[in-house]
Design a protein around this ligand. Structure first.
Ligand SMILES: C[S@@+](CC[C@H](N)C(=O)[O-])C[C@H]1O[C@@H](n2cnc3c(N)ncnc32)[C@H](O)[C@@H]1O
Length: 216
């Protein structure tokens, strides 16, 4: 399997240093995640993508947000901080340990009134949810991305936004692969591009982020 650098690490570092720094709450999430789940801490979206998500919430005026893949709550808190009064974010997580840490970090961030963490397999939780959502962030298990896309499009209001993380998968999507995550991400990227209900732009931020707007 060939992995590729999506951008020069020095350029990434420069971009991070020229992005509005994370809040104290988000710095706490990063520190706590490294303590609790050291090997997986890289799953956090981080400074640039976290700020991008917050900016998307702010400019779109989103007040109902759905997230698939909470981990320790970094992206959930980043988006919740940008919600207007009365806004709400629902985030889906399968791992009880991740959800427990996220719950305490969401409380410490002072956004517990706006954030609901739903424990369980996302595809099952999605069946119970009622739309419309203004913005959906997909960032859970990669083999399920095609299913998440099909489940989420009807839940997003027309004009609403779906944001999908890791769509470049360290550049592995450029090549055919038997790896289930790579194969599913290739299917997902193809589905999104050819679905007449949406328009999309794939950004080479971090591990690849596709912005998908429902147009029909
Ligand atoms: C990449 S991490 C999410 C990172 C998070 N968005 C952030 O920026 O901090 C993916 C999360 O999805 C969860 N996950 C994996 N499979 C899942 C499933 N089937 N349903 C719900 N969550 C799942 C994992 O336990 C993990 O916490």
């Amino acid at each position: 399997v060939t992995t590729r650098l999506i951008s020069d690490p020095a350029v990434e570092d420069y971009a991070a240093r020229h992005t509005t720094p994370p809040s104290q709450a988000l710095i706490r999430v990063t520190t706590a995640t490294h303590v609790a789940f050291s090997p997986q801490a890289g799953m956090i979206v981080g400074t640039v993508e976290g700020r991008l998500l917050a900016l998307l919430v702010a400019v779109s005026g989103a007040s109902r947000i759905l997230e698939i893949g909470t981990f320790t709550g970094y992206s959930a808190i980043a988006m919740a901080e940008a919600l207007p009064a009365g806004g709400k974010l629902t985030t889906l997580e399968i791992d009880p340990e991740h959800a427990a840490v996220a719950t305490s970090l969401v409380e410490a961030a002072g956004v517990a009134d706006r954030v609901e963490i739903v424990l369980g397999p996302a595809i099952e939780s999605l069946r119970e949810l009622e739309g419309p959502f203004d913005l959906v962030f997909i960032d859970a298990d990669k083999p399920s991305y095609p299913d998440y896309f099909e489940a989420v499009v009807p839940l997003v209001r027309p004009g609403g936004l779906i944001v999908a993380d890791n769509v470049l998968w360290s550049g592995q999507v450029l090549d055919e692969s038997d790896d289930p995550s790579t194969a599913a991400l290739r299917v997902f990227n193809h589905l999104v591009l050819h679905d007449p209900r949406v328009e999309c732009a794939m950004l080479t931020i971090r591990d690849g982020v596709t912005l998908i707007r429902r147009i029909a």
